[in-house]
Design a protein around this ligand. Structure first.
Ligand code: FAD
Ligand code: NAP
Length: 336
């Protein structure tokens, strides 16, 4: 017997985008179901201090912020489901999705908020020093390296922007790139090259991240020359890996949903509308530029409002047991 959940709004992902969509969707009486995925709360649950989410003068903790968002979403009527979607059929409405335990989700609108994950080098010491010197987000963690030496690894727009950003906090920023030219836009390169506090190390890849004695965290990065294999070291307290992100969209390949060449979901500019009517995308899964909790939350709100308007315009029949002003039980569970 297969469990089936039917809902007017299904949200994939429980990061800031998904939970913000849930808050707005629930307050619109749509009784959304949120499928939380393997990382309930999303990326902010793997960090500690968050200092740039508006509304908090004091430093807050990422996991705490996400617990609060979830509690707020549940308080206004969203239902959390601990499941991961493994199959989607977006060929007709209502859409049908399947969880990894076989549960089926049927929905009139789908909000995709599955996020993106930073790519890592896989070099020795990288995972061990995560949060102790190694990071993949300068905007998030740069502040903790005020007055310290930092390095950025990568040669794309993100790496160059992160190096430039880090000069706000550090007077000694090193960009480490595996080739002898950058792929970043020319205008960014010009800014980088003329910045007095940024040095570029060419043709080197990270051999390992070196931990200091005791609780010193990162103290240096060992580099290997990509031409002759020679080994050298650069002394830094912060190492920012900026070699790209992977949007969590594997699931949608072949579903008819338009993805760009890097796999991000394409949305109509200034909206959360995808190419499939009734499917909306928000947060990092559709954003390779800003990638912040507050922008994810903002676009999550947009997705819920867009979905609500879509349902109104599509004039979907209101389920019989819905009483005006009182959303129906979100999970109409039955057997198929
Ligand atoms: P995510 O937070 O990535 O959430 C994605 C959600 O989708 C997860 O719940 C996951 O379980 C779910 N999911 C994925 N696949 C499936 C599936 N198949 N089925 C169901 N669910 C699925 N930003 C800031 O503004 N300030 C900071 O200080 C800050 N610090 C950061 C520190 C670190 C270490 C990292 C990695 C990021 C940081 N960021 C910070 C960035 C911020 O966390 C992201 O921009 C934000 O979390 C993106 O939100 P999202 O909801 O789009 O996606
Ligand atoms: P990217 O363009 O894919 O660049 C990744 C960089 O990391 C490349 O220089 C690559 O080196 C390097 N790299 C990859 N794997 C590596 C490894 N294992 N070891 C060492 N180096 C490695 O990624 P991105 O910079 O994150 O940008 C992603 C997309 O977002 C791009 O389309 C970019 O234009 C866009 N973006 C735009 C803006 C903006 O418009 N302001 C800002 C940020 C990002 P090689 O060059 O040798 O391949």
């Amino acid at each position: 017997m297969t469990a089936v959940h039917s809902t007017r709004m299904l949200i994939l992902g429980s990061g800031p985008a998904g939970l913000s969509a849930a808050i707005y969707g629930a307050r619109a009486g749509l009784a959304p179901i949120v499928v939380q995925g393997l990382q309930p709360g999303g990326q902010l649950t793997i960090t500690t201090d968050v200092e740039n989410y508006p509304g908090f003068r004091d430093v807050i903790q990422g996991p705490w912020l996400m617990e609060e968002m979830q509690a707020q979403a549940e308080h206004v009527g969203a239902t959390m489901v601990w499941d991961t979607i493994v199959e989607v059929d977006l060929s007709e409405r209502p859409f049908r999705l399947k969880g990894d335990g076989g549960t089926v989700y049927v929905c009139d609108t789908l909000v995709i908020a599955t996020g993106a994950q930073a790519k890592w080098l896989g070099a020795p010491g990288e995972a061990e020093l995560g949060g102790k010197g190694v990071s993949a987000c300068a905007t998030c963690d740069g502040f903790f390296y005020r007055g310290k030496r930092v390095a950025v690894i990568g040669g794309g727009n993100t790496a160059v922007e992160e190096a430039l950003y880090l000069t706000n906090h550090s007077h000694e920023v090193t960009l480490i790139h595996r080739r002898d030219s950058l792929r970043a836009e020319k205008i960014l390169q010009e800014r980088l090259f003329k910045h007095p506090n940024i040095k570029v190390i060419w043709n080197k890849q990270v051999a390992r991240f070196i931990e200091g004695e005791g609780a010193a965290g990162l103290v240096a990065i060992e580099l290997e020359d990509t031409r002759d294999g020679s080994i050298s070291q650069v002394a830094v307290e912060g190492g920012f890996v900026a070699i790209g992100h992977s949007p969590a969209t594997e699931l949608f390949k072949g579903s008819g949903l338009t993805l760009d060449k890097e796999g991000y979901i394409t949305v109509r500019a200034g909206t959360s509308l995808t190419n499939i009517p009734g499917v909306f995308a928000c947060g990092d899964v559709a954003d390779k530029v800003y990638r912040q909790a507050v922008t994810a939350a903002g676009t999550g709100c947009m997705a819920a409002l867009d979905a609500e308007r879509f349902l109104q315009a599509a004039d979907f029949p209101v389920p019989e047991d819905e009483v005006a002003g009182h959303p129906i039980d979100p999970a109409i569970e039955h057997a198929e």
